[in-house]
Design a protein around this ligand. Structure first.
Ligand code: FAD
Length: 306
């Protein structure tokens, strides 16, 4: 049994999600890690340090189109598992690979119960499903935030593979949002803001608090729809799934669709005027009051603490 993990990377940096995926599948067999794309030198070196990696395979110059699936298909002939994080690339790529291999992918895995038994959330996280996958090979997307990262300290060999691919699809452009805050999906602290902020300008309060704490910024769909926060900050059923050590939810009621995205949060602090809000009831600590008074007070206390 061997595993092919496909690395997530961007701008020449290995995503922390990949270390978590490697940690997740450590028990399934020897792991080869595939780095595919452009600007891969540092990515490959960092990937080779992850514990449990047998070798790192690098395929350069292939962009995220249907050609990368052909490459994976040709490299993964001897692996029983092909695995990537359930991020936007993995969610797009692995179902296409599964279709080519005539297999059913198992998506959003949050627990590995055995070689062919996997747990995944359904109904927006309101229930957990155990899947027994009797297929000869398994295509998995992994919710990275549900697993601990593999340790580092390895020195796996790096093999560069020269494959030429003919692709029917062409990547025209990639549009990115520049941000100096941590990645929402893997951040240890997330500060989330709701529609109660009232404007995009006021949302800067959330950004300032997040910056002060070295946290990622989240938002409710209501706040995103109102234009207070960009779409890629949305947390929940139709947004990002987060599992930080600390989630500070500010002016957020706690609708089911929002809660679907924060179930992995270890501690929750809610700031809300309504003591009956579902998120207040769920929180480990609730500060009942006006966010426009509480956030400045918090900032002052943080400044005093240095
Ligand atoms: P509200 O529910 O209006 O809550 C605002 C809160 O702020 C209230 O609790 C209020 O007491 C508090 N408040 C008001 N003023 C202050 C103040 N001055 N200080 C402190 N507190 C204050 N939502 C998501 O977040 N993520 C999703 O992925 C998502 N997916 C969805 C998918 C579908 C199919 C549908 C139908 C809905 C989805 N939603 C999602 C929307 C969701 O149902 C809620 O509408 C949304 O989460 C509410 O956002 P909110 O908490 O900002 O707003």
């Amino acid at each position: 049994m061997s595993v092919l993990v496909i690395a997530d990377h961007d701008l020449g940096v290995l995503s922390p999600a990949t270390a978590r995926v490697v940690g997740a599948v450590a028990e399934l067999g020897p792991i080869d890690l595939l780095v595919i794309g452009q600007n891969t030198d540092t990515v490959a070196t960092d990937a080779a340090r992850l514990a449990g990696i047998r070798k790192v395979l690098v395929v350069k110059g292939v962009s995220a189109t249907d050609s990368d699936v052909s490459v994976i298909q040709s490299l993964a002939t001897e692996h029983q598992y092909v695995v990537q994080s359930a991020g936007s690339v993995g969610k797009d790529r692995l179902p296409r690979l599964a279709a080519k291999l005539d297999l059913m992918p198992v998506t959003d895995v949050v627990k590995i119960l055995g070689p062919n038994r996997f747990e995944r959330p359904i109904y927006a996280g309101n229930a957990l499903q155990t899947v027994t996958d009797d297929q000869p090979r398994h295509i998995l997307t992994i919710r990275a935030s549900a697993f601990r990262a593999a340790a580092t300290g390895n020195n796996a060999p790096i093999e560069v593979i020269d494959i030429s691919v003919v692709s029917a699809a062409k990547l025209i452009a990639a549009h990115r949002t520049e941000s100096d805050t941590p990645d929402l999906a893997t951040a240890q602290i997330v500060v989330g803001g709701g529609v109660a902020l009232g404007s995009a300008e006021n949302f800067h309060l959330i950004e300032a608090l997040a910056k002060r704490l070295g946290a990622a910024i989240g938002a409710t769909r209501a706040a995103v729809d109102a234009g207070y926060a960009p779409n890629d900050w949305q947390v929940g059923q139709t947004g990002k799934i987060i599992a930080p050590d600390l989630y500070i939810a500010i002016g957020i009621s706690g609708a089911l669709q929002h809660l679907a995205g924060i179930q992995g949060a270890k501690k929750i602090v809610a700031i809300n005027t309504d003591p009956e809000a579902p998120l207040v009831k769920l929180a480990d600590v609730a500060l009942i009051g006006d966010l426009f008074e509480i956030i400045p007070q918090l900032m002052t206390e943080l400044d005093k603490a240095g």
